[in-house]
Write a protein that binds this ligand. Structure first.
Ligand code: SAM
Length: 229
């Protein structure tokens, strides 16, 4: 059986795991002597053994930290218009599994929400950590506070219905990539023009109109899962 995984920011030779991570280990019935893989969310993992288990914490002896890279060749930012919190959580979970490096929340003209509270943002960060743990990824995607579409930087592609180019044809893998996906109400003409002026290429996700949360994941998977990275 594969060792359980836990997140801890510091991979020192001896660590103490408490809080939510300890609660998860308890649910998994982890016990003294069990092997656990601990990852630091910034690319490193170390295999350890449980030395001590109490009601609230686990003490682990860790081996050397290894840089086990399961990342795409360039960091990918998914810039996504604000959706309702439960839909965003689904997008964060699945896009973390699909290899996104960061998720930039966007305020757009037709976005379903105009802001997101600190608690919801923290919950999304927790979802990203859990997804990284589950999919054997050692890097936790960043969830970035909402910005206006006008403030978006980077270069890449924007999903827009009735476009002609395919995502993989429009992607340049020589620099970090930003992929942009719209709200349920779509981007306005003005927003699409602005994105094109910023250097984003419109791409299609097929002949059907996808829901906003489906579109974001289809866009990301078309350049990661579909390419085997
Ligand atoms: N009536 C809206 C429009 O025409 O843009 C539909 C918006 S769609 C429900 C939500 C978002 O998903 C769009 O803004 C776009 O980013 C993306 N999307 C959905 N289907 C798409 C497709 N077939 N090709 C490209 N992008 C798509």
């Amino acid at each position: 059986m594969r060792p359980h995984r836990a997140y801890h920011a510091n991979l020192e030779p001896q660590i103490s795991i408490s809080g939510i991570e300890a609660a998860h280990l308890r649910v998994l019935r982890a016990k003294i002597g069990d092997s656990i893989t601990v990852f630091n969310g910034a690319g490193l993992e170390a295999v350890g053994t449980i030395l001590e288990a109490t009601e609230h914490s686990f003490t682990l002896q860790l081996g050397a930290a290894q840089n086990t890279n399961r990342e795409p060749p360039q960091p990918i930012t998914l810039a996504i218009a604000l959706l309702k919190a439960d839909k965003l959580a689904d997008v964060v979970r699945a896009s973390s599994e699909l290899g996104v490096s960061s998720i930039q929340l966007l305020i757009t003209q037709h976005a379903e929400a105009k802001d997101i509270g600190t608690q919801k943002l923290e919950r999304l960060r927790r979802v990203a950590t859990e997804a990284a743990k589950q999919c054997q990824r050692n890097t936790i995607p960043s969830i970035l506070e909402p910005i206006a579409l006008t403030a978006l930087t980077g270069a890449g592609i924007v999903a827009h219905p009735h476009s002609s180019r395919l995502p993989r044809e429009a992607i340049q893998w020589d620099a970090p990539i930003t992929i942009v996906s719209g709200p349920e109400g779509g981007f306005s003409n003005q927003e699409i023009t602005l994105l094109e002026h910023k250097g984003f290429t419109r791409v299609t996700l097929g002949q059907r109109i996808l829901r906003a949360e489906t579109a974001a994941l289809a866009l990301l998977s078309s350049i990661t899962a579909a390419e085997g990275i």
